[in-house]
Design a protein around this ligand. Sequence first.
Ligand code: IVH
Length: 354
Amino acid sequence: MPIEDEIKKLRAEIDRHNQLYHSDDHPEITDAEFDALYARLKKLEENLEANENSPTMKVGSKPSKGFEKHDHLKPMLSLSNVFNYEEFEKFEERIIKRINNKDITYSIEPKFDGIGISLTYDNGNLTRAVTRGDGITGEIVTENVKTIKKIPLKIEKEAPKIIELRGEIFFRLKDFEKINKNLEESGNKKFVSPRNAAAGTLRNLDLEIVQKRPLDVFFYGLGGHSEDFMAKSQKEFLNFLKLNDFPTNELITFGDKKHVKISVEDILNSRENLNYEIDGAVVKVNDFNHQNKLGFVSKAPRWAIAWKFPASEKYSKVTNILFSVGRTGIVTPYATIESVLISGANISNVTLHN
Ligand code: IVH
């Protein structure tokens, strides 16, 4: 296929999967499959001029109908990926070149597999909770977010005039299982993953349903703020969050490049035992001055990277191979397997469409 045609096809395909993932909460492919399509498109676009309509230049998907929209003070961006230490080293080399300093401290954090949220506090009071949306404009979901009792309605200590606090909304695996069990018992469609359940709940228009589901949250990011906010690094920012009782994650550590390697491995090893889903680690330059100097490239900061983990895998035994006939007459083979618990879901059927 000519390169231009493949690019066109990939862009359309990625746009469609973005819509399915971000707006419809019903993905058709795994994150790893999506990453592969995305990487292929990035590679093909390497020698072309930037095209602002390409999904590689856009963040997420447009906000959906139903909630009022609001612009973020500071855009909510995405992260570039690395998959191994060599790629991380290249990321660090680029940083060292730009800021002319070899002693860089990083924060290493789990990459929570939930839904990004931005909370605005005006004179210390929670006034708005907004989803990421297209990165510039999101949906106002304040009432739904306020059902999370852990979220302080007021910043009591050292509150600046205005500040956006960013975090991730998610479900613990046990809670996800309960929600799906209830949905099944009442004859409704189940969610495919805890992340989709969180997305579907956060953007649910029925507050009564949201109240019944125990959404949870971790905070990890600073958005826009007034000049009176004093934190000078991610570490100081996290201390500010803790001081004010915002839920933060206990696996976040700080250190140099060597520490990054150890800490990412620690996070990967703890993955199995966590009661919530993560899909990688996020490594951030700690110093805010350094972050500002590094800035952004298209939709992602130069000072942070997502270190993606492979999709969770489990072994099981195939017990039967069957065929299902779709509405349009298409026949798809699938296997039944001995049931295994993976990412909070009991899997007993797997598609063989590939
Ligand atoms: S920092 C510009 N830290 O991952 C900085 N993001 O792919 C970007 N995420 O939209 C955000 N855990 O929803 C950051 N510890 C963490 C994170 C994290 C999960 C999500 C977040 C973001 C997406 C980027």
